[in-house]
Design a binder for this molecule. Structure first.
Ligand code: FEO
Ligand code: CA
Ligand code: CA
Length: 639
């Protein structure tokens, strides 16, 4: 998200000497080469090393759309886009399908059975090839001005419950109809909502740890809920990974913050007003409750009765999401970043190999402890274009009891402090990651960091080369063709920006269509790279973003580096999450917070002031929704 409370977070500002302080001149030259040259020089491999990967990379074949400035969703000529599964639609639980009320008078109990707000990461899980399947998606956060009929005018326990019910994750069933369009299947035995009050279990070294225990859960093994679920990953064993991102905005920690609370960005008051009626979010009364958030959550969407698990071995962070690669010997490597200014990039390598389904177990069941055992690393990007994965392992290096890490549980709960101690590289807000199925290169969007280079803040370094980085960039690395190395080579795919801007740091080096604040990034199964943007309502269509338009999605033609704009969203929305059917003929993309206000809270007297998407009805409230995109000729999307 680009929202105000998230962009405020900067809990690691020390400008103390770090591994990299300035970009060296040699590096500068490399950066100027642009994507094509770099690709050939450092990532020349374009043949598939993996039997399941495509041998030939598909290339963009659509006609680019112009920048978007109005309240409409635009796709290229020859394409159709239709919104489904908007906020408030019943998900389809048998016998419990409360109808959407456009005036926002649905109760908290209704909301717990309906699509949440602020759709984000999304994945398609096939049930019948490319014609029927599950869509699993995150509902990152809410606009309490839109969610309640009278907004925040009064604040009640019922509003807290509705706000909690509009967060979390949704599992819905969808199918293609005879005319090629898609609809929700309701009821569906798979339909499910996971909210901020659903019981989840804890796996890995954090389970049962003293820092995870609370009065309500003295064992430290069961947490109520998940929230601020941002990006998502799909595992090869059929589960869904969801990142708990800006959890700090939900906890009121009082005025006496200790060092741990300060390092995790907790504040005296919370942005979301749950603590006023739910003591769980009063961190003065329940100081360990915040430690139970900031994890990667694993969900088995095929089993609606399964309990989601917080995978603590992957480390605690303001997790954007989590993405899985498979090593040549069959183990899982999970890449993840922490979207906060000056925070870190992580990877986790599983100890065990991924097991196939069998013996009466699905693959999800056979691998239910896979992500609880392995090694966690944090990234250091060196100025010479190489990098190191530094192990976050208790007892190694500075991660000892004497330095405040009693055991591995404390290392993962205090992953930020552990990474500080190891000298990891402070990044410009790591967002989504994507793993190239052909070249086995890993990409990460770094959405922006306007603070970089300000007094008292870290200055530009090789990996984060611009002070006042308003537009963001995309970094990528190669671990020698596999994913379990402890060294890598890295470079930048692109620095976003607009060459017409006067400020050198805002110009960027984009070849093709302009964009800023890259956030979502994903490869499709045909090796095409897609990039989505999340500039905030306070930035869009003005100042240094005047020529960039509404948030958008582009395809990157990797062989040339050309960026080609594929779609643009309605006013003040974010474009986030992309998934496709296996045949590539249907794409699902989420539109989050159409009509976002500068304060992230709409005026309930005029909730559609900035956008009426997608209903455009008189007085209608804007609604996040999933957009189904197809080619009119039924062809593969993007080609
Ligand atoms: Fe939820 Fe970092 O975007
Ligand atoms: Ca974002
Ligand atoms: Ca995001």
């Amino acid at each position: 998200m680009a929202k105000s409370f998230s962009t405020m977070e900067n809990s690691n500002p020390s400008p103390a000497p770090h591994i990299l302080s300035v970009m060296d001149p040699a590096r500068r030259t490399v950066l100027k080469l642009g994507m094509g040259g770099l690709s050939a020089a450092l990532f020349g491999c374009v043949t598939s090393p993996d039997a399941s990967a495509p041998v030939q990379r598909m290339r963009p074949g659509f006609k680019a759309v112009p920048i978007g400035t109005g309240d409409r969703f635009f796709v290229p000529e020859g394409y159709i886009a239709t919104a489904i599964a908007a906020w408030g639609e019943p998900v389809g639980v048998l016998g419990s399908m409360p109808a959407w009320k456009p005036d926002a008078t649905n109760s908290a109990a209704d909301q717990a059975l309906q699509m949440g707000m602020h759709h984000d990461g999304i994945h398609f899980y096939p049930l019948e090839g490319s014609t029927r399947g599950l869509l699993v998606m995150n509902h990152e956060y809410v606009d309490d001005g839109l969610l309640h009929a009278d907004g925040l005018k009064t604040w009640t326990v019922e509003k807290v419950r509705k706000s909690q019910a509009a967060h979390g994750i949704a599992v819905i069933e969808v199918e293609r109809t005879a005319d090629g369009s898609w609809r929700m299947v309701r009821p569906s035995r798979f339909a499910r909502r996971i909210t901020a009050t659903t019981p989840l279990s804890i796996g890995g070294p954090g389970a049962g740890h003293p820092m995870m225990r609370t009065a309500a859960d003295p064992a430290g093994r069961t947490v109520l809920g998940t929230f601020n679920n941002c990006a998502s990953g799909m595992t090869p064993w059929g589960t869904y990974l969801s990142g708990e991102e800006n959890f700090r905005g939900y906890f009121a920690a009082g005025t006496q913050l200790d060092a741990h609370q300060r390092r995790w960005g907790l504040t005296p008051k919370a942005f979301f007003r749950w603590a006023e009626f739910d003591d769980r979010f009063d961190a003065v009364k329940n100081p360990n409750e915040p430690n139970r958030f900031g994890w990667v959550v694993e969900v088995d969407p095929m089993d609606p009765n399964s309990t989601p698990v917080k995978r603590t071995a992957l480390g605690r962070a303001a997790h954007e999401g989590a993405w899985v690669a498979v090593t040549r010997d069959g183990r899982a490597v999970v890449y993840s970043g922490e979207d906060a200014r000056n925070e870190y990039i992580y990877k986790f390598a599983s100890r065990d190999r991924i097991k196939p389904a069998g013996g009466g177990l699905t693959a999800a069941q056979a691998n239910r402890e896979l992500l609880d055992h392995g090694t966690l690393y944090v990234a250091r990007f060196d100025a010479d274009g190489t990098g190191r994965w530094l192990p976050l392992v208790h007892g190694q290096g500075p991660l000892t009891a004497a330095n405040g890490f009693a055991d591995q549980g404390e290392v993962v709960i205090k992953a930020r402090q552990a990474s500080d101690a190891l000298g990891a590289t402070r990044m410009d807000r790591p967002e989504w990651m994507a793993i190239d199925p052909i070249a086995r290169t890993i990409y990460c969007t770094l959405t922006n960091n306007a603070d970089r280079g300000r007094p008292g803040q870290p200055g530009a370094d090789a990996a984060n080369p611009r002070n006042g980085n308003t537009h963001g960039h995309i970094i990528r690395w190669d671990e020698g063709g596999d994913f379990d190395a402890t060294q890598f080579r890295w470079n930048h795919l692109v620095l976003a920006g607009d060459p017409a801007q006067a400020r050198a740091e805002a110009k960027g080096n984009i070849l093709g269509d302009l964009f800023g604040c890259p956030d979502g990034i994903a490869f499709d199964a045909r090796g095409m790279l897609w990039i989505q943007t999340d500039a905030h309502a306070t930035q869009m269509n003005k100042g240094e973003f005047a020529n960039i338009g509404n948030n958008q999605m582009l395809a990157c033609d990797l062989p040339t580096g050309e960026m080609r704009r594929f779609l643009t969203g309605p006013t003040n929305c974010e474009i986030t999450g992309m998934t496709m059917t296996p045949d590539g003929r249907t794409m699902f993309v989420n539109v989050q917070h159409p009509g976002e206000t500068p304060s992230d809270r709409s005026d309930p007297a005029d909730p559609g002031k900035f956008s009426k998407w997608p209903d455009y009805a008189p007085g209608s409230r804007p609604r996040s929704a999933t957009v189904v995109i197809r080619r009119r000729d039924g062809g593969v999307v993007g080609t």
